[in-house]
Design a binder for this molecule. Structure first.
Ligand SMILES: NC(=O)c1ccc[n+]([C@@H]2O[C@H](COP(=O)([O-])OP(=O)(O)OC[C@H]3O[C@@H](n4cnc5c(N)ncnc54)[C@H](O)[C@@H]3O)[C@@H](O)[C@H]2O)c1
Ligand SMILES: C[C@@H](O)[C@H](N)C(=O)O
Length: 343
């Protein structure tokens, strides 16, 4: 089967690899669509993300969906011909975190495209059937693949307890920020403010329904949010840029008693944070790491047309042109590239 393998930073090779055989609890999936995530691009460019280092050739891609072509002997509920979205992180199911239900915090998780685990830029993936979610006819495999970043958005909104009538500030209008925008709306937020430093990204967020956009290179965020909320501040701030100034600004833009959810990964682990403001204003600060139990919700939201994910896709490409696709994905105004495989 054709497989795009990252052999060196900035160098893919298209290899012919043997098709996997599904285990008793697995489904074999013919991959149809795989999104290019910022983390894929980071591994492509730098060969590492923090402590995760690409030491051996690696298959990238963890936003994937396709068609079931074979099932293991224990699998019920899925059959060849079903189209599925694949949740990319499979936990150990036995550790303390898994047992208390926080399977996304499992330290032995096998997460696609995180070294040393291969991802989905390939023709076939064998995957545990309970991490494969059937797509109704109305949901495309491209949408199925984008259940992954949508899941990051849903989990962040759950962490922030976003509710009906809330004003949510989303900092960063990349794919994650835009998925937070979708998830916040679906959770009942009536006002969503989006920031960025790139005008095109803000225009796009406005087209996608942001009520207010703020270019933080030109406008003071605290003042803009204050004006919009009659001096109260946002109920929930979801930080989705990873930029240090943006992380620090969350505390100034949230209302007293509000919630800050940190999703964006700062390039430095330590970011100065005004803890006296956090205490004095009783601000809840939550980390948000990947997601748990979001795929069913993501598929339902798509089936009910409650969210739009395909609209963030700028271009589609093929496994053969993956180098070119990654170079395009690095352009600052591009939001999302997809690799599509023929059926
Ligand atoms: N916690 C998690 O589970 C999780 C999951 C996926 C991604 N992430 C992280 O979330 C962040 C966003 O992911 P993405 O794929 O959308 O990244 P991205 O780089 O495509 O988007 C980030 C956006 O932030 C904007 N930005 C830069 N500086 C800013 C500033 N000072 N204020 C406001 N916006 C600013 C950029 O212009 C860009 O549009 C990244 O840090 C990524 O690593 C975290
Ligand atoms: C969650 C996923 O989208 C992210 N890129 C990660 O590897 O953690």
């Amino acid at each position: 089967m054709r497989t795009a393998v990252l052999v060196e930073p900035t160098e893919f090779e298209l290899e012919d690899r043997p098709r996997p055989t599904p285990g008793p609890d697995d489904v074999l999936v013919a991959v149809r669509d795989v999104g290019i995530c910022g983390s894929d691009v980071h591994y492509y460019e730098h060969g590492r993300i923090g402590d995760y280092v690409v030491e051996d050739p690696l298959v990238l891609g963890h936003e994937s969906a396709g068609e079931v072509v074979a099932i293991g002997e224990n699998v019920t509920g899925l059959a060849p011909g079903d189209r599925v979205a694949l949740e990319p992180g499979v936990p150990c199911r036995r550790c303390a975190h898994c047992k208390r239900g926080d399977y996304h915090l499992c330290e032995d998780v096998r997460f696609m495209a995180t070294p040393p685990h291969d991802g989905a830029f390939t023709e076939y993936v064998s995957w545990p059937a309970d991490f494969a979610y059937r797509l109704p006819d109305s949901v495309s495999t491209a949408e199925g693949a984008l259940c992954e970043p949508l899941s990051v958005g849903i989990h962040a909104c759950r962490r922030g307890n976003v509710g009906t009538g809330d004003t949510v500030l989303v900092t960063g209008a990349g794919p994650i920020g835009l998925m937070v925008l979708e998830a916040a709306r679906a959770a009942g937020a009536t006002d969503v403010i989006v920031t960025d430093v790139v005008a095109e990204k803000l225009d796009f967020a406005a087209e996608r329904g942001a009520d207010l956009t703020v270019d933080v290179t030109e406008t003071d965020l605290e003042a803009a949010v204050g004006e919009y909320t009659d001096g109260v501040g946002a109920d929930v701030v979801v930080e989705a840029s990873g930029a240090e100034p943006s992380i620090r600004s969350t505390i100034d833009a949230v209302r007293r008693g509000g919630t800050v959810v940190l999703v964006g990964l700062a390039s430095e682990a330590e970011v100065p944070f005004d803890v006296l403001e956090v205490i004095d204003n009783e601000i809840d600060v939550h980390g948000s790491f990947r997601y748990k139990n979001t795929y069913d919700a993501a598929v339902d939201l798509l089936a009910d047309d409650e969210v739009d994910v395909e609209g963030i896709v700028d271009f589609e490409s093929s496994l053969e042109d993956i180098d070119d696709a990654f170079r395009r994905a690095m352009e600052p105004t591009v939001v999302k590239g997809m690799i599509s495989l023929d059926d």
